[in-house]
Design a protein around this ligand. Structure first.
Ligand code: ADP
Ligand code: TRP
Length: 321
């Protein structure tokens, strides 16, 4: 029987220490969805996207391994998921080029990432400018139905849909399926220790696999605002690991006592993260597992994407006959 389950796909860049923003904003949903048995799953390391910022071979290798171990540690089952490196599947960059040829420069100049870089007067690489096109290729190669991402990635999915529609229109085909983003509403943006969006580029993160001491240091550094009813920055992180119904009385009872509330957060975070940390440490002892998983995943992804590329090459007329 042909497997007709909808495809769910996600990519993550190996560009920094994974933090609880990544975890609650994207990774956890992916693992939860993977357990429903309703989808065909693809997850990949977006190392060619990362090459825009990581330009050191040793660092690229180390961060890639850490990322794969992280996904396995949080419960992704490699038997149920096609898990691979973007660079192991040449169709991604090939299709990216094809999309480049049907996309205008002014259109890509509307992308948030480009506009932010412009606003900061940053010099921007062609690869960064073109980032959404490679992402569109990542998604469209696999007939993806759903892309679980954080709210900040919504525009990239819209761009992906535009590109798919445009390609289908120009080449009078329907080979590209339009994907939908999947965003968990109540965890849309996890704040960092400074209250702004948690992001490795802001230096305000709480790492997923932090030791208890590191956790304690980071939590103690959370900026508290004495003007409000409660320390919002602490509360917004706390509610990720403990129900509002328990937190509300706790915060009421310790109103103004930030130290006690932070200590409680350290306790709850540590309890939540300890099993993930233990699984990560176990995987570290057996790095061969990572290679096996990626080799198998790469083979599967190449076979599937190559079939799609044959259709694409035929539709655009680079195949004779
Ligand atoms: P960072 O902002 O640390 O550079 P990435 O851009 O690599 O993180 O994001 C990886 C995934 O994690 C994306 O799907 C993104 O939307 C999600 N994500 C990152 N930070 C947060 C956050 N603070 N809240 C919710 N989701 C987040
Ligand atoms: N842009 C995504 C991020 O910053 C990473 C990514 C690359 C991705 N290709 C993708 C996510 C395809 C989902 C689907 O996190």
């Amino acid at each position: 029987m042909i497997d007709v389950k909808p495809v769910l796909l996600s990519g993550i860049k190996p560009t920094g220490d994974l933090h609880i923003g990544n975890y609650f904003g994207a990774m956890r949903q992916f693992v939860e969805l993977s357990k429903t048995g309703k989808y065909q799953l693809f997850v990949f390391v977006a190392n060619y996207h990362a090459l825009n910022t990581i330009q050191d071979a040793e660092e690229m290798r180390r961060r890639t391994n850490e990322l794969v171990m992280a996904y396995l540690a949080i419960g992704l089952d490699p038997k149920k998921v096609v898990f691979f490196k973007q660079s192991d599947v040449p169709a991604h960059t090939e299709l990216c080029w094809i999309f480049d040829t049907i996309t205008t420069v002014p259109y890509l100049m509307r992308a948030h990432a480009y506009k932010d870089a412009e606003a900061k007067n940053k010099e921007i690489s062609v690869g960064t400018f073109n980032y959404p096109m490679l992402m569109a290729a990542d998604i469209l190669l696999y007939d993806t139905a759903i892309v679980p991402v954080g709210a900040d990635q919504k525009q990239h999915i819209e761009i992906t849909r535009d590109v798919a529609e445009k390609f289908n229109r120009i080449f009078k085909t329907d080979i590209f399926r339009l994907p939908e983003p999947y965003i968990m509403p109540d965890v849309a943006t996890i704040p960092g220790t400074d209250g702004k969006k948690m992001s490795k580029s802001h230096g305000n993160i709480i790492p997923i696999f932090a030791s208890r001491d590191q956790l304690a240091r980071q939590v103690m550094s959370i900026v508290t605002d004495s003007s409000g009813e409660r320390p919002e920055n602490v509360y917004r992180i706390h509610r990720l690991v403990r129900a509002d119904s328990e937190l509300l009385p706790l915060y009421e009872a310790h109103r103004g006592n930030y130290k006690v509330l932070k200590e409680s957060l350290i306790e709850d975070l540590d309890r939540y993260l300890a099993p993930l940390r233990a699984a990560y440490e176990t995987l570290k002892q057996d790095p061969g597992i990572i290679d096996d998983v990626l080799t198998k995943g790469g083979q599967e992804a190449r076979a599937i994407s190559e079939e799609k590329m044959e259709e694409v090459r035929r539709v655009i007329g680079v195949y004779q006959g």
